[in-house]
Design a binder for this molecule. Structure first.
Ligand code: ADP
Ligand code: MG
Length: 351
């Protein structure tokens, strides 16, 4: 898509200049079982993909990148005519057959939509395109335009019956808020079929991470958390993950533009039609599914901390909230696994 090249270039330049990777792989000697370490940087799902694979077999990193590209091309893309989402959108108002796989994802996403009272809403495709934040036509739309597209959104406009989907005419799906998490799940499922692979860390653009299996030396997986107001500088902190866990961050720094001192960013409130301004800069969620981590991080960002806590509890997920006053709030299960790395921030107790 149009911003690929630029984003990729900017990311690589930043990473090279800072001499960092988004994850901290602890390089270790091959163990007695001859486990090899293969690292790779690639591009898929509109983002930079960092892969560190531990295996006694071949380097399958590029195969894993192509698994991600397939998910985007065949399932999730709203611009690619061969994707199922594209076809569902093109045929809104009619019954449509979709794959088991997509219907499973949609069922879980619609549940997050319901459980978050519509804070997360995969049907705001038209609203997302109207703002086009981070795209070539980004702008502050007229109030009337926003009202007009909001008439066509609402997760209740979608019904699923097995693999048959029906959506009100004009409604438009956008799974951008969970796509990278779904990609992590698909890679994780693929790895389960690869007996040679003992561990992997997969990082999609720094905002969706999968930890799989274990490192040869048995040490923890550690993932960096971006400082939302110093994106290219030092990290805000690090989170320890276990194999089988997924992490996702949603923040107002990923795609945005500034106008009159206001930050117009890519996480939109489906109720107002405007970017979410509630004092949060970022939310990072950890749980045992990529789809959930990604969906929940977006939902929690929109809900704000108080309502988000209830949602997280329901899904047995942990989180780190960063607010505009440089406070960091941790859920109880996060306390022992988060390490603050910047003294300009303060870790505060949740009330
Ligand atoms: P990123 O994709 O940058 O890691 P998110 O997972 O938070 O961050 O997803 C943000 C994307 O999700 C937006 O670019 C847009 O496509 C979509 N989106 C924005 N607001 C919502 C929302 N309230 N519900 C569902 N999807 C949203
Ligand atoms: Mg998300």
């Amino acid at each position: 898509m149009r911003s690929h090249a630029l984003k990729k270039k900017a990311f690589l330049a930043t990473a090279a200049a800072a001499g960092i990777t988004m994850v901290f792989p602890v390089l270790c000697a091959a163990s007695e079982n001859d486990i090899q370490t293969y690292t790779n940087t690639d591009f898929a799902m509109d983002t930079v993909v960092s892969e560190t694979l531990y295996t006694t077999g071949d380097d399958i990193n590029s195969k894993l990148t192509s698994v991600l590209t397939d998910v985007e091309t065949n399932l999730l893309s709203w611009t690619n005519e061969s994707s199922q989402i594209y076809k569902v959108n093109a045929d809104s108002g009619k019954d449509k057959e979709i794959s088991d796989e997509l219907s499973g994802y949609l069922e879980r996403l619609l549940k997050i939509a319901k459980d978050s009272d519509g804070a997360f809403d995969p049907t705001i495709g038209k609203l997302i395109r109207l703002w086009d934040i981070g795209g070539e036509n980004q702008k502050i739309p007229e109030e009337a335009e926003i009202k007009n597209v909001l008439k066509d959104s609402g997760y209740q406009k979608v019904s699923l019956d097995g693999t048959t989907i029906r959506m009100d005419e004009g409604c438009s799906l956008d799974l951008g808020a969970a796509g990278k998490g779904i990609g992590c799940d698909v890679v994780s499922d693929f790895l389960k079929t690869q007996e040679d692979v003992s561990g992997m860390i997969l990082n999609l653009g720094g905002s969706s991470v999968m930890a799989y299996g274990e490192k040869p030396d048995g040490s923890d997986w550690k993932v960096a958390v971006t400082d939302p107001r110093d994106v290219e500088g030092d990290y805000l902190g690090a989170i320890t993950l276990e194999g089988g866990e997924f992490l996702s961050t949603s923040g107002d720094y990923e795609k945005y533009f500034m106008e009159d001192g206001k930050r117009y960013h890519h996480i939109l409130d489906p109720k107002t039609g405007y970017p979410v301004w509630n004092g949060l800069d970022s939310v990072t969620v950890v749980c045992d599914s990529g789809l959930l981590a990604d969906g929940l991080s977006t939902a929690c960002f929109v809900l704000g901390m108080d309502d988000a806590l209830e949602l997280l509890e329901k899904y047995n997920a942990e989180a780190v909230f960063v607010d505009e006053d440089k406070n960091v709030y941790l859920t109880s299960g996060m306390k022992d696994r988060f390490e603050l790395m910047k003294n300009t921030y303060t870790v505060k107790e949740l009330q």
